[in-house]
Structure formats: C-alpha cells, structure tokens
Design a protein around this ligand. Structure first.
Ligand SMILES: [Fe+2]
Ligand SMILES: [Fe+2]
Length: 282
C-alpha cells in the first residue's frame, strides 16, 4: 500500500472507525474505593493536568477533522471529570483558552503531544499495574482510555503522512524533519509543565505521601524498557500496513542501548582490586 494514496486514506479511516467502542463515562463500573485507595488516588499530582489536556482536545480535534476522534476526546474529558467528582480529586478550575486561531498547527501540536504522552503513559501504566497502585477495576477503566489513545496516535501519524504526501514530494521528503520539529515542541511543552509542576508542588513532600509507593525503586532504565515493550505490544494490535509513531520508540531504543553499553563498561572487573593486592602482605 502506497503511503499517501487513497487506498492508504481509506485503510486508516476504516480501521479507526471499526475499532470505535460506545460507552458512557457515567455508567462505567467505577469501583468503591476504600480509604487507602482513595488516599492513593488523591495523592497523584497530575489529575488537573490530565483534565486540562483532555478538555480542549475534543474541541481542537472536532474543529479540525470530522472523525469520531473529536467525540472520543470530549468523552475522555467527561470521564476524567466524573472521576474527579466521584473520588474528590484535587483539580482546580481553569479557564479554557481560545482555540480558534491556527487550528491546523494546534491539531498537529496536539497529535505529536499525544504521541509523546502516550509513549510515556504506556510505561507509567505498566508500573501502576505491577505495583497494584490502584484497584484492578479502576485500572481496567484506564485501559479503555489507553487503548483509545493508542488508536488516536496511529490514526494521527497516518493522517499526517497522508496529508504531507498530498502536498507534494517536498513535503513528503521532509516529513521526518517536520515531525522532529513538532516532537521538539512537544518535549519543550512537557519540560515546561514539569518545571511548573515542581514549582507548584514545592514544599509538598511527595516522598511522605502515597506516591512514594510509585516512586520507590523507580529506575529510569526499567521505565524506558517498559515504555518500549508496552509500545510494541500495544502497537502489534493494529493492522500491519498502517504506520505507527516511530520517533519515541527509536529515541528510547537508542537511549537504552547507550545505557546498556555504559553500564556494561562501568562494571568493575571481577576481583581486580583483590588480584592487585595479592601477595602484598604486610
Ligand atoms: Fe484523550
Ligand atoms: Fe487522544
């Protein structure tokens, strides 16, 4: 299948609509949480951020493409709102900015941002699952969300490749560079968010909260490995001829190789110190 052809467009649109599932966030099987689980979910510092990423998302996507993606993003925001209200999570009201200007760039920024967020989200979700940070019923609800985000990013990278190919051979040829620029912007936004988060949470000691359960024994390499393997696992569920986001997995793969090389070289030679001092008795 030629990327950028009508056949390609039909394939990614068909796949996207076929994998849509209907549900209402209000009637999902939300579990009753005991005090400990409530404490834990309330101590997660980023619900507000999740909510305010999902909230304008529906509007941006709906304004730009006539797909079910807009409806799904709106539903994600509703789902997070239901959860915030149900469990009394900390998420202050924030005004929604105007999104009408340069909607195409906003849509692309949003799409590449989702590729970045989802890749990291795959690893975080795996840790949450393994550490049993939240009850299984709750994680099952999040699993629906994760699956939809995976569908969105697969749709997005195919849409992006199709759109750029339609613009002509120059746009098609420089697509990797165009994508890189958007990924850099997404990373810049994420770094800004992390900085603001640190400032905001200054003084709050997360080690003393339930989040420490999440962070205890946190190992960056393990995290990256989880992101990478979970990404491969989740992506294998999609039709093989469709494109998949490749920048984050490639970046992680390179980083992991460097980390492995570094740790294999940093390892001390067995008993080298003992050998050196052998026979040098007093
Ligand atoms: Fe979403
Ligand atoms: Fe999404």
């Amino acid at each position: 299948m030629k990327i950028g052809s009508q056949e390609h467009r039909d394939a990614f649109c068909r796949h996207f609509t076929q994998t849509y599932t209907e549900y209402d966030p209000n009637t999902l099987p939300w579990p009753v949480l005991d005090d400990e689980a409530l404490q834990r979910i309330r101590s997660v510092p980023f619900w507000e951020e999740v909510f305010y990423t999902e909230r304008p998302a529906g509007a941006i996507v709906a304004a730009f493409t006539e797909t079910v993606a807009g409806r799904e993003e709106t539903r994600h925001a509703r789902l997070i709102r239901v959860m915030i209200e149900k469990y009394g999570l900390d998420a202050a009201e924030r005004p929604l900015g105007d999104i009408s200007e340069d909607i195409e760039t906003r849509f692309k920024d949003f799409g590449f941002g989702e590729c970045l967020d989802s890749f990291l989200g795959f690893g975080l979700f795996k840790i949450a699952l393994q550490s049993e940070f939240l009850p299984k019923e709750m994680l099952r609800i999040f699993e629906t969300l994760m699956y939809e985000e995976t569908r969105h990013i697969v749709f997005f990278v195919n849409w992006m490749a199709y759109t750029e190919a339609q613009r002509g051979w120059v746009a098609r040829a420089i697509l990797p560079l165009t994508s890189l620029r958007y990924y850099m912007r997404a990373m810049g936004r994420m770094a800004g968010l992390a900085r603001r988060g640190r400032e905001l949470n200054d003084g709050k000691n997360f080690a003393a909260t339930q989040v420490s359960m999440f962070l205890d024994g946190f190992n960056f390499r393990r995290f990256l490995e989880d992101c990478y393997s979970e990404n491969s696992r989740r992506m294998s569920a999609f039709e093989p001829e469709l494109l998949r986001p490749s920048f984050m997995p490639q970046l992680a793969n390179t980083a992991l190789r460097a980390l492995r090389l570094w740790s294999s070289q940093a390892k001390p030679e067995p008993d080298s110190a003992a050998c050196r001092y052998q026979g040098k008795g007093p």
